[in-house]
Design a protein around this ligand. Structure first.
Ligand code: 2BA
Length: 109
């Protein structure tokens, strides 16, 4: 059975993920996307694969998607009229949000 892996990842990680997918012989489609909650840009990758390759693709995603909190530089403090407020970076729970779907039909004409 063919699978479609759809992964919403940080745009910062997309180059590494795509490099690794390509080097391992996987074809992928990438689109710019925007999270519906934070309205911040992210990247969505679509990758159609044989079921037997699923673990390999998941491994690439797990190993190449860094936690945004690890690499984020601190946001600048903002001076307001009353006090100095420290911006709080939103907590992002995951490094990649991955959906795996069964593909009923695949055809290239
Ligand atoms: P966003 O929708 O912008 O969500 C960014 C982060 O905000 C989420 O991180 C989560 O920590 C938080 N968040 C999202 N919705 C929330 C809510 N209703 N209340 C409180 N906090 C909320 P992640 O869960 O790691 O998701 C990262 C991105 O992955 C999301 O960006 C969205 O683009 C995508 N995503 C996550 N779950 C999804 C799903 N079930 N369906 C489609 N896309 C999903």
């Amino acid at each position: 059975m063919m699978k479609l892996v759809m992964a919403v990842i940080s745009s910062d990680d997309s180059r590494d993920v795509l490099d690794q997918l390509s080097q391992n012989g996987f074809t992928a489609t990438v689109t710019n996307s925007t999270g519906g909650f934070l309205r911040i840009g992210n990247t969505t990758i679509f990758c159609g694969i044989d079921e037997q390759d699923l673990e390999s693709v998941l491994k690439i995603l797990r190993e190449n998607c860094s936690n945004p909190a690890d690499s984020a530089s601190p946001l600048p403090e903002v001076e307001t009229g009353l006090a100095k407020s420290v911006s709080v970076r939103p907590q992002v729970s995951g490094r990649a949000t991955i959906f795996v779907l069964d593909v009923e039909h695949f055809e290239q004409v």
